[in-house]
Design a binder for this molecule. Structure first.
Ligand code: ATP
Length: 191
């Protein structure tokens, strides 16, 4: 089977429920944002030397695949079977929270803004964190009409940006690269 069908060439494409909608519909905007997020997680994983974080990232990519299915399945058009196929458990949120707590316990307390940087993997994780927040924003228009497990998905994406922030700090710490603290830059206006 060919990867291209040309059926999307006129600007419409399909949901999991078979509806044909414009490609600029909020559903595809959110799907695209989640795809960008997962792709950048893959990019971060390439640079990650910490086995535990690398495993987490792979498992998060699998969850994002499932999240894409929730997004592609508006409940008003879905059968019970389709909704069951794409269910997304709130247990994934608790799992992220436990990981955040474990990694935070290994880090110095946060007393200042830190600059998004650090080791190579850490810098990628900070960019990935911004994509998680972008994906989170893209789901907002779906929150009140979409149904299914979209609220769980939204909470997961919200927690995911916290996880990625913590993971960025943790890998930099483990890679031996000190955090850089924000300092207000002063300008001498008299010159
Ligand atoms: N630009 C897009 N952004 C986000 N999601 C998309 C986009 N285009 C398609 N999708 C989603 O991804 C699925 C697979 O994409 P695909 O490129 O095969 O769709 P298409 O453009 O409708 O078909 P084709 O590329 O064969 O013409 C689609 O069924 C749709 O749910």
């Amino acid at each position: 089977m060919k990867i291209y069908t040309r059926t999307g060439d006129k600007g419409k494409t399909s949901t999991y429920t078979g509806q044909r909608l414009s490609k600029d519909d909020a559903i595809f905007n959110a799907l695209g944002a989640v795809d960008a997020l997962s792709s950048h997680i893959g990019f971060s994983r390439v640079y990650c030397k910490q086995g535990l974080i690398s495993q987490d990232l792979k498992s998060i990519q699998c969850n994002l695949q499932d999240i894409g299915s929730v997004i592609a399945t508006p409940s008003s058009k879905a059968t019970m079977q389709q909704l069951q196929n794409v269910s997304f458990s709130s247990g994934h949120i608790s799992s992220l929270e436990s990981k955040i707590d474990i990694y935070t316990a290994h880090l110095p307390p946060l007393t200042n803004f830190i600059l998004p940087s650090g080791s190579e993997c850490s810098a990628h994780l900070h960019v990935t964190r911004t994509l998680a927040r972008s994906a989170e924003r893209s789901v907002v228009p779906l929150l009140h009409q979409h149904g299914g497990d979209i609220e769980t998905v939204f909470k997961y994406l919200n927690r995911l940006s916290d996880y990625l922030f913590t993971a960025a700090r943790y890998v930099s710490h483990e890679d031996g690269v000190p955090e850089e603290i924000y300092t207000r830059q002063t300008i001498d206006d008299s010159k």
